[in-house]
Design a protein around this ligand. Structure first.
Ligand code: DAH
Length: 368
């Protein structure tokens, strides 16, 4: 016989009433079945499986039962909790599967859809050639020097021995800057940077001066009012024309390929004495003037291509720039970038270079 069950409290164990347990299970199953989202199912889990759920409460009360009642109550509560747990797991799986299926649909990536792309730009070939030329001279130990595009008339002309009434001053049809008599022009060549450099630093001077220049030409297939030149200037003791020739040969070989050479043809420039036109042996026909029996288009059959002007810096220019011609001599040269580009790549029309159409620029990789 068991003794009196002093701890048995009928109020506390009301939750163990079989009908109450069945109701708790039914409530739980109904709420679980009704859950259409994982959040709702989570709420159902808390309500029916959580610490304060009726079944958890009932479970806790088993301990208070007399031993004879424990087994049966334990079995009933255990089964009830088992059913709820099972229902929760099943619904969880269903809802997760639904969510995964929905994500697969919602986040589908259609790789065939055309998206608007920002078209890639391209460096302008004039920039590419300029940089290439600069690199060649910097590799020879030269420095880069720059000057303004709006230049003092004195530096653009007078200091370069181009007198006020000199025909070159009209030949190089100049943009004069307002007001008349301002003494300023849009530089017609990069040669004034020679004078600026000599005024700024003492020899030895080895500089390359690239930049934009301006002349009042109309834009047509071979002319443009704005174009680019690079000017070379060397001032040192004992500089001769042989240094000029050697430098130009080294330069054209690096730009146009091994075996290419230059020739100097007598000419006249006010700022150099003696002066020479620089011709470059045609890199297409190798100087023969013909290609497979046909006249070479690149050099027009002459075997040589005109690149620019050069010479020994005129003593008057050295003096104007404060350099002692008794001690120093120098050479200078000036070449056009657009012209080199048209020759190198058979560009027939200057418009293509000036207009800035990216489809033109894109054809020039880094190679020049
Ligand atoms: N400045 C000349 C021009 O614009 C080019 C030139 C010729 C530059 C001879 C030089 C030179 O330095 O020596 O056409």
């Amino acid at each position: 016989m068991s003794g009196p069950n002093t701890q048995y409290d009928p109020v506390e164990v009301a939750a163990l009433d079989p009908a109450a347990i069945d109701r708790a299970v039914e409530d739980a199953l109904a709420q679980i079945a009704a859950a259409t989202t994982l959040d709702q199912l989570k709420a159902a889990r808390t309500a029916h499986q959580g610490e304060k759920s009726p079944l958890a409460l009932a479970n806790r009360e088993i301990g208070a039962l007399p031993p004879s009642a424990k087994a049966e109550a334990g079995k009933r509560v255990g089964q009830a909790r088992g059913r709820v747990g099972h229902a929760l797991r099943e619904r969880q799986e269903e809802l997760e599967a639904e969510r995964d299926a929905r994500i697969l649909v919602e986040e589908t990536v259609d790789l065939t859809v055309r998206v608007p792309r920002r078209p890639l730009g391209a460096r302008h070939p004039v920039s590419l050639v300029s940089e290439r030329v600069e690199d060649i001279f910097v590799a020879m130990g030269w420095e880069i020097a720059e000057g303004p595009e709006i230049e003092a008339e004195w530096l653009n002309f007078d200091a370069l021995n181009i007198a006020a009434d000199h025909p070159a001053r009209q030949e190089q049809d100049t943009f004069f800057v307002d007001p008349p008599g301002s003494g300023l022009v849009l530089r017609t060549h990069t040669s004034p940077v020679q004078v600026r450099t000599m005024l700024e630093r003492r020899p030895p001077i080895y500089v390359l001066c690239p930049g934009k220049v301006f002349r009042t030409d109309d834009l047509d297939a071979t002319h443009t009012p704005v174009f680019h030149q690079f000017e070379g200037l060397v001032v040192d003791e004992g500089i001769t024309m042989a240094h000029l020739k050697g430098t130009l040969d080294a330069f054209v070989q690096r730009l146009f390929g091994a075996g290419v050479e230059t020739r100097l043809r007598p000419n006249y420039f006010p700022f150099t004495e003696p002066s020479a036109e620089i011709d470059c042996r045609c890199w297409v026909c190798g100087g023969s003037g013909t290609l497979g029996g046909v006249r070479c288009r690149t050099c027009g059959g002459t075997g040589w291509i005109e690149l620019g002007g050069s010479g020994m810096v005129n003593q008057r220019v050295l003096r104007a720039a404060g350099v002692d011609p008794g001690r120093y001599t120098g050479f200078a040269f000036g070449l056009g970038i657009e012209r080199s580009l048209m020759l190198r790549h058979n560009v027939a029309d200057m418009h293509d270079i000036v207009e800035g159409d990216v489809r033109f620029s894109r054809q020039f990789g880094m190679e020049i």
